[in-house]
Design a protein around this ligand. Structure first.
Ligand code: ADP
Ligand code: C5P
Ligand code: MG
Length: 215
């Protein structure tokens, strides 16, 4: 807060965003079904879906000054510096009328998690975790056929290593806070969504949530 008695316009809008926003992080290995389940959550529960990987891809496609660097990180299965990803997420959140977000593929590591907490200053309501064995992840990614630069056997190995070494610790962190809803993702899309629905049903309906109750 500024020294003045009144918040600046920026501080005021940030505070408003923090008070009225609901965030659910959606995590799981590459190919675990995050991008398949999120549109169903949007349809059933009215959230806005933000996919960190898609926002980064949009930066590449737009020819932005960071595009080449992001593309190189993606090809290597590496995690892009958090400052870039968090800025993209924050912009998308500020531009959205809908203030209930499912954020897919984020936070991927401890640096992502801390940066979001320090910059956006919103804690997730819960973390949806799609648990899926490595063999199934590899099989699904190789069958994805969407022309992604990172869906090849060499990059998949690197992405899985990053997932086990950097993302699982973040999931464990949230688990230690009692925030993880773990879902067995090695079943049909419909069966997985049944469990997803149960996880979201525990949230209070938005119409009955007062601003002060959310935080
Ligand atoms: P993620 O976003 O977690 O990387 P996707 O949702 O893109 O994963 O899914 C990876 C691939 O696996 C896609 O081709 C998708 O159609 C397929 N897929 C997703 N969920 C299932 C499932 N429950 N069973 C079988 N295939 C699935
Ligand atoms: O989630 P998705 O598989 O689409 O992510 C693709 C790639 O985008 C990752 O392998 C990584 O290079 C980058 N990414 C990132 N940080 C995130 C999410 C994705 O660097 N939080
Ligand atoms: Mg995805």
């Amino acid at each position: 807060m500024a020294t003045s008695e009144f918040p600046t316009q920026k501080e005021g809008s940030e505070a408003f965003l923090q008070e009225t926003t609901v965030v659910v992080f959606v995590l799981g290995g590459p190919g675990s079904g995050k991008g398949t389940q999120c549109p169903k959550i949007v349809e059933h529960f009215g959230f806005r879906h933000l996919c960190a990987g898609d926002l980064l891809q949009a930066e590449i496609d737009s020819g932005s000054e960071n595009g080449t660097m992001i593309q190189n990180f993606k090809k290597e299965g590496k995690i892009v510096p958090s400052e870039i990803t968090v800025k993209l997420l924050q912009q998308a959140m500020q531009q959205s009328d809908n203030k209930r977000f499912i954020i897919d593929g984020f936070p991927r590591n401890e640096e992502n998690r801390a940066a979001f907490e320090n910059i956006v200053r919103i804690k997730p309501e819960f973390v949806l975790f799609f648990d899926c064995p490595e063999e199934e992840l590899t099989k699904r990614i190789l069958n994805r056929k969407q022309g992604r630069v990172d869906d090849n056997i060499e990059t998949i190995g690197k992405r899985l290593k990053v997932y086990f070494e950097s993302t699982l610790p973040v999931i464990n962190y949230y688990n230690s806070k009692g925030k993880v809803q773990k879902i067995d993702a090695q079943r049909s899309i419909e069966e997985v969504f049944e469990d997803v629905k149960s996880a979201f049903a525990k949230l209070k309906p938005v119409a009955r949530v007062g601003i002060n109750e959310i935080m």
